[in-house]
Design a binder for this molecule. Structure first.
Ligand code: PMT
Length: 216
């Protein structure tokens, strides 16, 4: 199977020395890419800026911003059987990047932000992707409600709900604990475990489900 995976954060520049970002380390996405590769899949990893070594045996495309990740997904999604969007993409970016370093002049500073491209939301509607589509939902409240909303709105086959309010899991941790949300089944919780072990379990499940979808 050909699998595209997004991983890591994006950085949205404010000026030549500053950017808006989040706490994603890329560990979850890289673990998924390694697990998919170990299972014999052909992997394309689209990665935001992380300090992890690039995994071997797959195509790795490095990007910085949400717009660059959108363009990289657009050009690599054709021909993929499965796409897994685990990246923590910035939802907003500064409307303009200042040419020079912003100086400390007033007591407050107001930034004007605009929405970034919704990459997962574009997979079906803009890129015409018909394969098995997996999104994540990183939430701090009403986890399953938000996850099911994303499942329906973005045309996903599976949303992996990640409660990022809990210490020790989610962003920048060695372990994770998630719940699988499918269109016609009860939410299925997976126990807390290392991201490598969880990735193997997720890839086994996704491999089976994607093959099933192909036969229908
Ligand atoms: O990288 P780690 O430190 O290992 O942390 C792992 C993780 C917490 C980042 C990962 O498990 C996770 O939950 N990833 C999704 C993070 C996220 O931003 O979720 P969201 O609920 O804001 O976004 C929903 C989905 O839309 C995600 O699949 C996301 O990749 C995608 N998205 C979001 C915004 C956007 N502009 N484009 C997108 O494609």
């Amino acid at each position: 199977m050909k699998i595209l995976i997004t991983a890591g954060p994006t950085r949205e520049p404010l000026d030549p020395v500053r950017y808006l970002t989040n706490r994603s380390s890329g560990k979850m996405g890289y673990a998924l890419a390694e697990a998919a590769h170990d299972r014999g899949h052909e992997v394309t990893l689209i990665s935001g800026p992380v300090s992890l070594p690039p995994p071997e045996g797959m195509i790795v495309v490095k990007v910085e911003t949400a717009r660059q990740m959108y363009e990289a997904v657009r050009s690599h999604l054709g021909g993929q059987d499965t796409a897994i969007f685990s990246a923590a993409v910035a939802d907003y970016r500064p409307v303009a990047k200042a040419e020079q370093k912003i100086k400390k002049t007033g007591e407050t500073l107001t930034l004007t932000l605009e929405k970034t491209e919704d990459i997962l939301g574009s997979a079906r509607s803009v890129f015409g992707f018909t394969g098995y589509l997996v999104g994540f939902a990183a939430e701090t409240e009403r986890l399953l409600e938000h996850a099911h909303d994303k499942l329906a709105r973005k045309g996903c086959d599976l949303v992996i709900a990640n409660d990022v309010s809990q210490a020790g899991i989610g962003f920048d941790s060695a372990e994770n604990e998630v719940t699988l949300c499918l269109p016609d089944a009860s939410p299925f919780p997976l126990p807390r475990q290392t991201k490598a072990a969880l990735a193997r379990e997720l890839i086994a499940f996704i491999t089976q489900q994607a093959a099933l979808k192909k036969t229908l």
